[in-house]
Design a protein around this ligand. Structure first.
Ligand code: PLP
Length: 451
């Protein structure tokens, strides 16, 4: 049997030192490798497989579309699939956010969203507005502008010279905030008011946009901002003429129990990005969503967005998106995510009693489990122990796919395991997830000699 490991395989993946199981098929929440071993997809891969594996009609819709057209370029033509997809998505968002620009990855969408924000200000006579404010911890992608906007320092190690300066303010991450996460505390980090000071420091006339994940992504282990956070942020952005960019690449498309995560805050951003789960993983598709308020001045001015990619608005990718969004609607999967999200969090709750589990948080079918060396002081493990990475390998050995994230405690230390199962997960599968998680934690502590 071939070993799928560098350098024996002609494929290379990010990790050059590990052996890769070969997955041959998927069914619902399960992935099955060539040996027949079954993995419960507890994180939907990288927060992507929202609908479950093996939905033939999505593949069929892509095949049907591919049989009609190979490719058309968005400078000359539009296509049925992309028009229908935008029509299908528009009613899911606030009325004014009804213009969609489709790309492939989340990073591409973030790059395009920030360029759109910048172009808007140039074309409306405020060319000094170019600075972007982002949170820390936060993640917005791996291409150079998106990476610049991300507070993921180890990803930047070799590329700092190529990155642009993005102003950073602390993310609302109450588990490690001085305010202790008290919902009524006048805390500039958790109540959002700190954004105002940052804008004043940079000069409002220089600030183009504030980019934020409406519920924390993997970098905070899904910390949920306070109910008043986005109301305050919206008011500060309006007062200072700063565009609010909601990066919904990870938390959008139903994952937190509503189509967009920010709608639970009663706030409408100026620009949104979607990606990952928008096709349930059947094809790489992302979207930038904007309103006529932003696009009309550009239409009247230069006449076009100064951002082009060969494969934008691709008909086959749009057909995947269309089939996936229709599937979500037909099967009521966003509502299911909301209901099962509550069951999920109830069933995760007992994990708090396990050694080294410091916190469990999240919303909907999205949960972050933070591991700590000392539960009382919340002290993280030293990075060199690689607790989170060891845990995710032990989880895979136990037949559970999870997502590890590191560094959230202080930029270097911090160990998280993130869970984001498909929206079709059943109660008994959640029980199985918890059982395998517990087993993997036990194996991890044994392997790391933590007693
Ligand atoms: N934005 C957020 C919030 C993300 O979580 C990610 C990826 O994890 C991205 C953007 C980048 O998406 P992609 O990896 O598809 O480029």
């Amino acid at each position: 049997m071939p070993a799928y490991q560098y350098p024996d395989s002609h494929v290379f993946y990010r990790k050059l030192t590990r052996r890769y199981p070969l997955i041959t098929r998927g069914e619902g929440c399960w992935l099955i490798d060539e040996q027949g071993k079954r993995y419960l997809d507890g994180s939907g891969g990288a927060f992507v497989a929202n609908l479950g594996h093996g939905i033939c009609e999505i593949g069929q819709a892509m095949a049907d579309q591919a049989a009609k057209i190979a490719y058309i370029n968005g400078t000359a033509f539009t296509n049925e699939a992309v028009e229908a997809l935008a029509d299908e998505l528009a009613p899911l968002l606030p009325a004014e956010l009804d213009k969609f620009y489709f790309l492939g990855s989340g990073s591409e969408a973030v790059e395009a969203a920030l360029k759109l924000a910048r172009q808007y200000w140039v074309e409306t006579g405020k060319p000094s507005k170019h600075k972007v404010i982002a949170l820390s911890p936060a993640y917005h992608g791996n291409t150079l502008l998106a990476l610049s906007a991300s507070a993921r320092e180890h990803y930047k190690t070799y590329y700092r010279e190529w990155l642009v300066d993005i102003h950073r303010i602390p993310a609302p991450y109450s588990y490690r905030c001085e305010c202790g996460g008290v919902a009524t505390a006048a805390c500039p980090v958790c109540d959002g008011s700190g954004l105002d000071a940052a804008i004043q420091q940079l000069g409002a006339e220089n600030v183009a946009a504030f980019i934020v994940e409406p519920v924390g992504g993997s970098s905070t282990g899904h910390a949920v901002p306070r109910p008043d956070y986005f109301r305050r942020v919206r008011e500060i952005c309006d007062r200072n003429q700063v565009l609010l960019v909601a990066d919904e690449v990870l938390v959008g498309a139903g994952r937190t129990g509503t189509w967009s995560a920010i709608e639970q805050y009663g706030v409408v951003p100026d620009i949104m990005t979607f990606g990952k789960g928008i096709t349930g993983g059947y094809a790489p598709l992302s979207a930038v969503v904007a309103s006529r308020k932003l696009l009309d001045p550009i239409a009247r001015g230069s006449g076009g967005l100064l951002h082009a990619q060969t494969f934008s608005h691709h008909p086959v990718l749009a057909a995947a998106g269309l089939a996936a969004v229709r599937y979500i609607k037909q099967h009521g999967l966003v509502a299911r995510c909301r209901v099962m999200g509550q069951v999920f969090h109830q069933k995760l709750e007992p994990l708090r009693a396990l050694p080294f589990v410091g916190d469990i948080r999240g919303r909907g079918l999205l949960a972050g489990i933070e591991f700590v060396q000392d539960k009382g002081s919340r002290a993280p493990f030293p990075r060199k122990l690689k607790f989170a990475e060891t845990f995710s390998e032990q989880a895979l050995a136990a037949g559970l796919m999870t997502w590890a994230n590191m560094g959230q405690a202080d930029g270097i230390n911090g160990d998280l395991s993130c869970l984001a199962p498909p929206f079709v997960i059943t109660e008994s599968e959640i029980d199985e997830l918890v059982r395998r998680f517990t087993m993997a934690l036990h194996q991890t502590t044994t392997k790391l000699h933590l007693g």
